[in-house]
Write a protein of this length. Structure first.
Length: 254
């Protein structure tokens, strides 16, 4: 999802403004000259927003104490320096803001400037893909960015994250045979499946909409007049689908 801009068509460039003024509106060229003499951008850029979603791998279960190993390889030393201060404390990135689903928080959400600790909740700080993705992407674009992360462990694409456009989940013959052998009530099983299908897809959208509806709550410096742009979507998922031989009986084949 790229290029989705809340302001519609992007602002004219200075050159376009000059042409538009002189050729269409017949304004004096002195106005165009004044525009060219302005210092700084005429229009602020929309805030770039990146959506991160998936299951446990997107949650992130890498303990913060393992980061020191990045200093053992010359190739990853620069990355460690971007994550930690010289004294080993975690850097807080003023240009990267994040809102992340987190069940261990009383509010169910963890938000603020990006730093170590936005991985899965637990007894010690953890990291997920959000940390290095955010650092790398912000360095690439050279401007503030917002990450919206929605991840829950142990969920599937075929049911939990199933989108409405995929239609209802359909049990195959092998699954039905297995349920009958276990003397399960097929009508009840199908009803349970209907209730659970797409639940986390909807949870994901609910959180994204909540954040986008009040970005300033997460990122106080947000300029609502400039709007935001959905600049990217990152999905990290696979385990629950990989091990489900009932839904994917030929999953090991190309």
């Amino acid at each position: 999802m790229a290029g989705m801009n809340t302001r519609g068509r992007g602002p004219f460039s200075i050159r376009e403004s000059v042409l538009y003024s002189s050729q269409t509106m017949k304004f004096p060229l002195i106005i165009a000259g004044a525009l060219l003499g302005c210092s700084g951008p005429l229009f602020a850029k929309p805030l770039k927003v990146y959506l991160l979603a998936g299951q446990s791998n997107m949650q992130g279960h890498a303990a913060a104490r393992t980061l020191a190993h990045l200093g053992m390889d010359a190739k990853t030393v620069p990355l460690l320096k971007a994550i930690q201060n010289a004294d080993g404390s975690a850097k807080v990135h003023d240009q990267i803001w994040i809102s992340s689903i987190e069940a261990t928080e009383e509010s169910g959400v963890k938000e603020g400037r990006l730093t170590v600790g936005y991985g899965a909740g637990g007894r010690e700080p953890k990291i997920g893909p959000e940390l290095t993705f955010g650092i790398t992407m912000q360095k690439h674009v050279g401007e503030p960015i917002l990450l919206i992360k929605t991840a829950w462990g142990g969920k599937s694409l075929h049911t939990d994250f199933r989108s409405p456009s995929a239609g209802a989940y359909v049990f195959n013959e092998k699954q039905i045979e297995h349920l009958r052998k276990r003397e399960r009530n097929l009508a009840e099983v199908r009803q349970e499946k209907i209730k659970s299908t797409g639940m986390y897809y909807r949870f994901m959208l609910d959180h994204i909409r909540m954040v986008l509806g009040d970005i300033k709550r997460v990122y106080p410096g947000y300029d609502a007049k400039s709007g935001y742009e959905l600049a990217g979507f990152v999905w990290f998922q696979g385990w629950n689908d990989m091990v489900d031989g009932g839904t994917y009986p030929v999953r090991g084949q190309p």
